[in-house]
Design a binder for this molecule. Sequence first.
Ligand code: BES
Ligand code: MN
Ligand code: ZN
Length: 498
Amino acid sequence: MEFSYASTFSGKESFGCLVLLFPQDRVRAPAATTREVRENVRRLAALKDFTGKTGQTQLLPLSSKTIPRVLCVGLGEVDKLDREQLRRAAGTAAKALRGLELDKAGLVIPKTGAASLRQDFGEIIAEGMALGGYTFEPYKTQEDNGKKPRKSLARVALLDPDGITSAKSVRQGAARGDAVNLARTLGNQPPNYMTPTQLAKEARQVARKRGLKLRVLEQAELEKLGMGMFMGVARGSRQPPKLILMEYRPRGAKGTLAFVGKGITFDSGGISLKPGQAMDEMKFDMCGAAAVVGAMDGIGALKPLVNVVGVIPACENLPDGNAVKPGDILKSYAGKHVEILNTDAEGRLVLGDALAYAIKTFKPDAVIDLATLTGACVIALGHYATGAITNEEKFLDQVVRAGKASGDVVWPLPNFPEYAEALKGKYADLQNIGPREGGAITAGLFLKHFVGEVPWVHLDIAGTAWGVKGIGHIPYEGATGVGVGLLIDLAKSWRKGK
Ligand code: BES
Ligand code: MN
Ligand code: ZN
């Protein structure tokens, strides 16, 4: 979706549809629109069918050739209008426009909401529309199978006659939307296409486009480095594993953040094979990696003043004659031995080695990992909030705040050391699973063994990476791109020593 910004609106420009956003119970068209628009909105308001409630939309056909339709979208209660509420309304608008045969829409920036938020309206609305307009259909070739949505909206003009926001704000929102949509597409691609090799190619493309440094460590090197846990998982697959390293280093930056993403491009469970039911969804087991690639793209475009490194361990988890078995003991990069009791608990193995490597190599001031790590997290929190485990409450607070601003909501899980007792191994330092109960917590605490003293937050996105109810800007199906917005906001707001 391409966005343009105009500080004027004469009513003479032609748009396939004009979008208007209304706070609840304040359904009045802006003065800058045409008489026909204002009259039709007045009639709509009088009918009280549309009151501006959250999620409400109403399409009005007009007689005008320049503006043949108006789409009215509810913003909900004005005193509750925050970034996410506005982002959702913009997403709802883009979804409502999807089915229409139009090439270009206009949207009037509404004169409403808190003064502190208004300057960012361009950013929030552009991001929300880019997200709501997202579709994934490279494999739907038949126009008439009834399932392929029509051509999606290509161009949106944001009209700002009241001077509320700016062209720069709009550009930033578009960049954020593109970054999240990139993560969605990486996640949605089928696992026969999105292999570790392909994921490395995608990361290289982003690095080229954004001027980032990129390195990919190959199997031989990873073995030499002693990444026994990562290599243990990878060795059941014909696809070679990759450790993808991306570096964003702006001039004058103070401090370094590391983002580590789980990149299991397909998780069959390995020898501890998963049941067949919905196993196809395990193509999404690289959504943590997708979030890191998306965030590096967004950060490369928005240029915050902090060093950011992205680290992605990518491989498949498959059963094979050479695959890791229950009972096997692997030696981690950090030196600890781990007894494998269930080969389906593979995410913590690849992440444990990647975290230790990231910390040793890049010496970050703080680390976040994102992973579709446990089914238990989905049971605990459902599909709305991402679960978090930390070793440093102050850093977690910053992550929670970035989550709220971006709409990627985070909820802390308890990390009492008593939970970690269950991971003490019978025959090795550690074992890779604890009891089923509290499984999201023990998985997080397993990772804690590999981060040492560096402030760290683990985000379990198993419930939020896909299968989420498609409200507002979230897609009706497939990958959500969760985490990208949070990481971008964290990179923008994080300060060394704070
Ligand atoms: N990728 C899965 C976690 C998952 C499952 C995410 C379902 C989303 C939906 C992970 O690798 C896994 O298999 N975890 C196991 C751990 C268990 C064996 C301790 C799980 O959650 O069942
Ligand atoms: Mn698994
Ligand atoms: Zn997995």
